[in-house]
Design a protein around this ligand. Structure first.
Ligand code: ZN
Length: 515
């Protein structure tokens, strides 16, 4: 890592002031994050009213600090200093670039558009929920139309690359530098081969048993079990917590105070385990950032796609591998009693963790079909933004694509295009980060395996620290010094490709299904 020396005294002082303003805003923002965590985990129901006001006030103050015109002036001084910006991967250049991105994002939108967006999304979320409940797309349609119109105006304000399109401007909020063209270049080959893989698996007469997923197990024992695994794979409980919430998430205030959550059902311990390993992956990314860079882009995660690559890596590449279960299967006896470990063999549990079943619901999808759900959403939102799909056409297009990609007939809009909250919140450009995460994850994992030797042997012995250290060194510690696509090339020596993910899925699933 190269740190730029600043010889110009004016720049040095401007850079210093810039970082101070940025850190101050982050300190306040992290306080808001803690209140958000508390609301989901600990807060009594009656606390809601004032909590809303507390959070809104912090958000307002935080916005004010991040849009302080002083930041614009300091940025201009720093950007004009060729020496400071000479190495684009230095901490200083990454910080100036990252603060510029945030500043433009918060200042480029006119106040009336921001206000209209906030008002519309609050209402539209409620109308979406009602429409889904009533299974009536028509109820949501005017709101979707309004949101698409506002998002197009927003995209116009942000602007997009010369050979790009409006969707790019919105995706940039979640995945800096990401474009529809980039996404299509990896999604298109992936889709074709995934569809063929899923068809092949479904045509096979051999299929793993799902009996283990129906086994009822006490929640306290499940909690002890998933906590044990989170600690073993490397989540540092001296710098983080695990609690329970309806929707698992990973938040917290900084690298030394990570708050993650999981959920439990009285059956299906694999759901709690998968959620916990997923959030632990997010948590370990945050714990791997540098505390000395707290509150600045150099100490912050680069994108949602890279964040997701870290969670999926532990959830899927590790947590659904046979080697991992070779280690964990005997532990079932320790946590849930010997009867369970005897009732289900290693292969029963490993098979249940890797069942493939095309269905309508994204959040319940397995590792192979999940990405097809994401592609449907990406293609539709891209079309909504460039005008090739009208909001009124969404249900028809949705159902046709589900039929084509997943081979399923969507029974109704509640189980179809009304299932996700994202669009009603104005989150257009978000979905692809899930699949980008899977793709980055598979490519990183292949490289880690090539660098570290026999990972299966390590996992089977309950040894995960070498992999965690590899991720710390190659990905986490960089913060925002590289953009996601660039980081992928730096770490793996190749641009992002669909091949590693396909190799991972085929090599695991084909034998399990006797193909
Ligand atoms: Zn995640």
């Amino acid at each position: 890592m190269t740190d730029t020396t600043v010889t110009n005294a004016k720049t040095a002082s401007a850079y210093n002031d810039l970082l101070n303003l940025c850190v101050e805003a982050s300190v306040l923002g992290s306080t808001g994050a803690l209140l958000g965590w508390d609301q989901e985990t600990m807060m009594p129901a009656q606390g809601l009213d004032l909590r809303g006001r507390q959070m809104a006030q912090i958000a307002r103050m935080s916005h004010q600090m991040r849009t302080d015109p002083k930041i614009g002036e300091l940025l201009a001084i720093c950007e004009a200093d060729a020496e400071l910006m000479a190495d684009p991967h230095s901490v200083a250049a990454a910080n100036v670039r990252g603060i510029r991105r945030e500043y433009d994002k918060s200042t480029k939108l006119p106040a009336d558009l921001v206000e209209e967006m906030a008002k519309t999304t609050t209402q539209s979320k409620a109308h979406w929920a009602a429409a889904r409940k009533a299974n009536e797309f028509a109820q949501f349609l005017p709101w979707l139309e309004k949101i698409v119109e506002l998002k197009r105006r927003q995209a116009e304000c942000f602007g997009w690359p010369q050979d790009g399109e409006p969707w790019d401007a919105l995706a940039d909020l979640y995945e800096p530098g990401c474009t529809a063209k980039y996404v299509t270049s990896v999604f298109a080959p992936l889709r074709e081969k995934l569809v063929a893989l899923v068809e092949k698996l479904m045509a096979s007469s051999q299929k793993p048993s799902d009996a283990f997923l129906r086994e009822k197990l006490p929640i306290e024992q499940q909690m002890a079990f998933v906590r044990f695994v989170a600690e073993k794979i490397g989540f540092d409980f001296k710098r983080g917590r695990l609690d329970i919430s309806t929707h698992p998430f990973c938040g917290g205030t900084h690298t030394n105070d990570i708050r993650m959550t999981t959920r439990f059902h009285d059956d299906n311990v694999l759901d709690a385990l998968g959620s916990t390993m997923h959030e632990s992956g997010h948590g370990m990314y945050e714990q791997g950032l540098k505390y000395e860079h707290f509150g600045t882009p150099a100490g912050d995660a680069i994108s949602l796609g890279i964040h997701e690559s870290q969670s999926r890596l532990w959830e899927n590449q590790v947590g659904r591998s046979r080697a991992f279960w070779q280690w964990l299967h005997p532990k079932l006896g320790e946590f849930f009693g010997q009867t369970l470990a005897t009732k289900y063999t290693l292969d029963d549990v490993y098979g249940a963790a890797n069942l493939v079943q095309p269905d309508f619901i994204r959040v319940e999808a397995d590792e192979a079909t999940y990405n097809l759900h994401v592609m449907v959403r990406f293609e539709i939102e891209r079309g909504l933004m460039n005008g090739s799909i009208r909001p009124a056409d969404v249900p028809g297009v949705w159902n046709a694509k589900y039929n084509e990609y997943l081979g399923v007939t969507v029974p109704n809009d509640a189980k179809g295009c009304l299932q996700d909250v994202h669009w009603s919140m104005g989150a257009i450009g978000y979905f692809p980060t899930y699949t980008l995460g899977n793709l980055y994850c598979a490519q990183f994992f292949e490289k880690a395996a090539a660098d570290l030797g026999n990972l299966d042997e390590m996992f089977a012995a309950g040894e995960f620290s070498a992999l965690k250290r590899w991720l710390n060194e190659h990905i986490h510690q960089h913060g925002q010094r590289y953009e996601a696509a660039e980081l992928c090339e730096v770490v793996t020596g190749k641009p992002l490709s669909a091949e590693p993910l396909l190799r991972h899925l085929e090599s695991k699933l084909l034998p399990l299904y006797g193909c």
